[in-house]
Design a protein around this ligand. Structure first.
Ligand SMILES: NC(=O)c1ccc[n+]([C@@H]2O[C@H](COP(=O)([O-])OP(=O)(O)OC[C@H]3O[C@@H](n4cnc5c(N)ncnc54)[C@H](OP(=O)(O)O)[C@@H]3O)[C@@H](O)[C@H]2O)c1
Length: 301
């Protein structure tokens, strides 16, 4: 069994690290706020004081942090992951961040004689726990083979090599823009039906049985019937980060993303109304308020 490193033990990182430990690996970890890793330490994870120390102690190091700024903070600088990599090491970056930042870090990794892969996760905290998450990978195929067993432990749903370093992030960003766009379209459909005289429950039921019922709509459709989760599955700020990554990439390669841009504004409205901590499905409530319809959320939150 291998000694592996994990940097960023938040909602996703902690669950991914747990899967590595459950597969029998020794995991050395780092989290900016160490107290949050208490449960993992109790379960056997060894906490280090810096990302660099994690990389120095590991055969392969994984990271899962919020955004570009967080990735730069843990990867670069004298105490960052890159500084701790040894020749032949592998750094697997799993966050949803910009392909350009990953490629920039990839150059620094290559200069140390190590390999970098980008490996964003398709799934949520729940799918990771249930062993249903899948992982797309960008980078060198030989480096992937060295870490494939660890990736499979975290994402038994499947590992797909999509191309050179950075392209897995691109694929993830292209996928995620659809989540928010679909939620806004679903909200329009429910409210159009409701204000025309169809009960909200009936409209949701019909839509969930229709051809527009994607897995995302099936998961989140019931939220608009008063079942909005107290702890957001994926909050407004996080999805806005992903839509912005898509808009930036669209501008870089010359692809207009008009529905993404529009949906981004609806999410900004949600934040303006003080709803930013909710799951991004709260975009339904923004449209409901402008339609004179009742919100999905309970009044006491
Ligand atoms: N949640 C999901 O369903 C889901 C699904 C697929 C992909 N993702 C992606 O996974 C990534 C992590 O999401 P999450 O849900 O795990 O978020 P999270 O629970 O908020 O965890 C974020 C992690 O990043 C760390 N971090 C943030 N800023 C930092 C900084 N400046 N320096 C060092 N560490 C920093 C946090 O450390 P602290 O604990 O100290 O704050 C924490 O470990 C995101 O890119 C997200 O888009 C999430």
């Amino acid at each position: 069994m291998a000694r592996l490193g994990f940097v960023g033990l938040g909602a996703m990182g902690s669950r991914l690290a747990r899967r590595l430990m459950a597969a029998g690996h020794q995991v050395v970890g780092y989290n900016r706020t160490p107290e949050k890793a208490r449960d993992l330490v109790a379960a056997g994870l060894r906490l280090e004081k810096s990302p660099r120390a994690v990389a120095e102690a590991s055969e392969a190091v994984f990271s899962m942090v919020t955004d570009n700024a967080a990735l730069r903070a843990v990867a670069l600088g004298s105490e960052g992951i890159v500084a701790g990599l040894t020749s032949g090491g592998v750094f697997v970056e799993m966050s949803t961040v910009s392909p350009a930042v990953v490629r920039e870090i990839g150059e620094a990794v290559a200069a140390r004689g190590a390999a970098m892969l980008d490996a964003p996760v398709s799934g949520s905290t729940i799918t990771v726990e249930q062993g249903q998450a899948s992982i797309q990978v960008g980078g060198d195929a030989r480096a992937l083979e060295r870490v494939r067993p660890y990736l499979t432990a975290m994402g038994p749903g499947g590992i797909t090599l999509v191309g050179p370093l950075g392209l897995a992030k691109t694929m993830k960003i292209a996928t995620n823009l659809g989540l928010a766009v679909q939620m806004l379209a679903f909200s329009e459909a429910v409210l159009l039906a409701e204000k025309s005289g169809i009960a909200r429950e009936t409209a949701v039921d019909a839509l969930l049985k229709s051809v527009v019922a994607s897995p995302m709509v099936k998961y989140r459709g019931p939220f608009v019937l008063g079942q909005m989760p107290t702890d957001a599955w994926f909050n407004v700020a996080m999805i806005q980060k992903d839509l912005q990554l898509a808009l930036d990439q669209g501008r870089a390669v010359g692809v207009p993303l008009p529905t993404t841009a529009l949906t981004q504004e609806w999410l900004t409205m949600a934040r303006g109304l003080g709803l930013g901590s909710y799951d991004f499905a709260i975009v339904f409530d923004v449209l409901a308020s402008l339609s004179g319809a009742s919100p999905s959320r309970k009044p006491n939150r």
